[in-house]
Design a protein around this ligand. Sequence first.
Ligand code: ADP
Length: 273
Amino acid sequence: MSFLEINNLRVVYPNGHEALKSVSLQAEAGEIVALVGSSGAGKSTLLRCVNGLQQPVSGTIILDGEAITAMDEQQLQKYRCCIGFIWQEYNLVDRLPVLTNVLTGRLGRMQGFPSLIGYFSPAQREIAVRNLERVNLLERALQRADSLSGGEKQRVSIARAVSQDPKIILADEPVASLDPELSWHVMSDLSRVAREDGVLTLICIHQIDLAREFADRVIGIARGVVTFDGSPSELDEAALDRIYKLNRSTVTPAAAPAGDESRRSSSKAPRKS
Ligand code: ADP
């Protein structure tokens, strides 16, 4: 069994929109996976299912042997402490110092009174300091978060995510608000620390060049279906057409012979086979 197993995931929103049709994929610890596709393709919905915020109508998600799709709300809250989130808009607490923002990544790992009053032990502070150092922001540790640039804020949220000691990092358009140069640096930091820590990382991203450069694997989604799953070097024009250009009423699944439902749902990275 793979570290992450997603099988036949189908999501229908209350308004009847089928956002994911039958998504299946497997991923291993330490993989950096870019999720690409047009707006509305279903990428964020997939991330929301992995963090348990969106329940599928059918299908299963298993992470590190735990069936997320079978968890109740209390179990999900505990499970989310093991997920590092990185959002487009950073989600930092502006008025708090950078170091405190990174330390909040540890809150889910704390229990009882210390977590209520936000008391962080020296060991936790050491983790936060080390992670700020890894993204080259240690000298900003005591500054308010709102005094940082966009790129710096996103590097703080990377430090916060890895300070959680996460099983998986989910990044939803982490560089969509940044210029190309900052985007490159943020993606470089994110992929480096995730690789060093061996954390599976799923990144929704629109910039194909960055997906090619920093991901181990690219998964293309179109209209709720996986239409490409392969290494960045396999992401050629034909693959991009399958992901972006077909204005489909029906969508062709990833390199699947017509009618081959098993290929559609079993999309292990070809580079591994
Ligand atoms: P992406 O992240 O690829 O841009 P999303 O997963 O956000 O796509 O959305 C997939 C589809 O589901 C889109 O058509 C979007 O409009 C629709 N959608 C997303 N959230 C909701 C919702 N809460 N209710 C109804 N439709 C939704």
